[in-house]
Design a protein around this ligand. Structure first.
Ligand SMILES: [Zn+2]
Length: 253
């Protein structure tokens, strides 16, 4: 039985969300789509919510830590309310625009009634969600061509297991071409790593459907989905919450 938890998250309201959702459906995989309610088409949200999880990415996509408490709070509650009205279901997950957060913002997210909040902090695959309002990720498309990011990911992998040294040539290849080409290369290394781990791991990704379109990278995207769905079970935050309630543990098994 595949025990790793793969959570594929997608940020921002864009027309390409539907295309991405359809690709996931071909693999029987549910994604988590974080929508900005000011820019979302109700029909698109409804369409996605029939199979996938939708979550909030605020109403207008501000830097929450720059706003007053009242303004930040209203971004959180208004978007939740609108998505709940659109989908006729409870919205439990949230993602921070620009990955910007602090202790107070986390508190506001919790107060608004969300159960999970995803950051843009990158770490290697991890055992369980320790902080439900500061969930880190393992793969992110927007930073793929930043050498500092790749260096950090590869170094932490090598610290875990020296056999990952073979990943080093990847570092030299980056910064050229599509970030999704680089993402696919890194996904290969990470899925290989996951495959060799005995304990169940959490593996959360962030992708932006509008960027996949811009780089014309739907094929690379599909390969990443295929790779990851082979090493673990693709789950939504709602699935994880359900499993937690059933088994009384932090992560699904
Ligand atoms: Zn965003």
């Amino acid at each position: 039985m595949k025990s790793h938890n793969i959570v594929l998250t997608f940020d921002d309201s864009s027309r390409e969300n539907i295309k991405v959702a359809k690709i996931l459906e071909r693999y029987g995989s549910r994604g988590v789509f974080f929508l900005t309610t000011k820019y979302v088409e109700k029909e698109d949200a409804l369409n996605i919510a029939t199979f996938h999880e939708i979550g909030s990415h605020t109403h207008t996509h501000p830097r929450l830590d720059d706003l007053s408490v009242e303004a930040a709070s209203s971004e959180l509650t208004l978007s939740k309310k609108l998505l709940e009205e659109m989908s006729n279901s409870n919205i439990i997950s949230f993602s921070y625009p620009y990955g910007r957060l602090n202790g107070q913002i986390k508190y506001l997210v919790k107060s608004a009634g969300y159960c999970f909040a995803r950051t843009a902090l990158v770490v290697p695959p991890y055992r369980e969600i320790r902080d439900h309002y500061g969930i880190p990720v393992c793969l992110i498309d927007t930073q793929m061509t930043r050498k500092s990011y790749i260096y950090r990911v590869l170094k932490s992998l090598i610290d875990i297991d020296e056999s990952n040294l073979k990943a080093l040539p990847l570092y030299w290849k980056l910064g050229r071409g599509s970030p999704y080409r680089a993402m696919l290369d890194l996904a290969r290394i990470l899925s290989d790593q996951l495959d060799r781990r005995i304990c169940a791991q959490m593996f959360v990704t962030i992708m932006h459907p509008s960027l996949i379109e811009r780089y014309n990278a739907f094929q690379e995207f599909e390969e990443v989905v295929n790779l990851l769905s082979n090493v673990g079970e693709v789950r939504t935050f709602r699935d994880i919450q359900r499993a937690t309630h059933t088994f009384g543990s932090n992560t699904a098994t």
